[in-house]
Write a protein that binds this ligand. Structure first.
Ligand code: HPA
Length: 285
């Protein structure tokens, strides 16, 4: 058996031996956006307990996993904090939590991230559903030879960010009293923020948001057939879009400031049966 398969099998066997239910969906929260979403059914526990490789931390980023019950009978596997390539992880390691969630039975992936706003008209604090992506990392989590039954060798990425789920998110945001913008996310390797020239290039290429995560997770999720919804918080105007320098503290502070809206939107979405309608929770076996 392929070693990637073996690691996942071992994690799944442990999950079941703990008597935990299969999650209907997975939630991955980004920088400073690991909001509380209710009493956990299990955890929180260190993400490291579930990874076959070592966890490296970033100041202000958590790495925990818990199982929450978003609505009666709808367990959600909640990753509080994600892994980034700039921490030294390989793309296949970055997406390990997504593959684990899929193997446990999740068919929908909801994620949040913090991003720089490439559009001058989007102030810090804007929430936007990602409509499409530019993977500018030059890497893919599908490099090598993933087990054939995981998905097609050349997966299609049209509507990788599920249009029906985006509409659902917009509907809930409107009900909560704010507008959910929509735009294209450019994923770069980081960890340096972009130069103003790079941000001008990104705008020309069609990007509305720029960040250092997400694109590999979405490629891996689509490869496995998961439907994806990703909400970006514009934590700051991207480099050169405003005159000020960018700091990690500013990004974390924006996450705290938007925490209430992010929590309300996620709670409404996770409680909505339409989020997982039309997808059955396969146990992957
Ligand atoms: N650039 C890249 N990643 C980011 C930014 C940014 O401006 N803000 C938050 N994450």
């Amino acid at each position: 058996m392929d070693h990637r398969e073996r690691d996942l099998e071992a994690a799944v066997a442990r999950w079941r031996s703990l008597g935990r239910p299969a999650p209907a969906l997975a939630l991955v929260a980004g920088s400073g956006l690991a909001v509380d979403l209710g009493a956990p059914l299990a955890g929180p526990e260190p993400l490291a307990d579930w990874l076959p490789f070592e966890v490296r931390t970033v100041p202000g980023h958590r790495h925990e996993v818990e199982l929450i019950e978003a609505a009666a009978g709808r367990p959600v596997l909640y990753f509080r904090g994600r892994l980034h390539s700039y921490q030294g992880y390989e793309p296949a390691e970055v997406v390990y939590p997504v593959r684990l969630a899929a193997r446990l039975g999740a068919r929908v992936l909801v994620m949040t991230n913090a991003a720089g706003g490439v559009r001058p008209e989007w102030p810090a604090g804007t929430l936007a559903a990602i409509s499409d992506q530019l993977n500018l990392t030059g890497r893919s989590p599908l490099s090598g030879e993933p087990p054939a039954h995981w998905g097609p060798r050349f997966p299609d990425l049209v509507d990788a960010y599920d249009p029906a789920l985006r509409a659902l998110a917009r509907e809930h945001a409107a009900r909560l009293g704010f507008e959910l913008a929509e735009g294209v996310y450019a994923g770069l390797p980081g960890p340096a923020y972009e130069t103003p020239a790079e941000v001008r290039m990104l705008r020309t290429m069609g990007a509305d948001l720029v960040g250092m995560s997400t694109v590999h997770e979405v490629v891996a999720a689509r490869h496995l057939g998961l439907r994806c919804l990703v909400v970006s918080l514009v934590a700051n105007p991207a480099s050169g879009v405003s005159a000020s320098a960018l700091t990690h503290e500013e990004v974390l502070a924006a996450g705290r400031a938007a925490g209430g809206r992010v929590r309300a939107l996620l709670a409404a979405l996770l409680a909505d049966p339409r989020l997982t309608a039309g997808v059955s929770s396969s146990r992957g076996d």
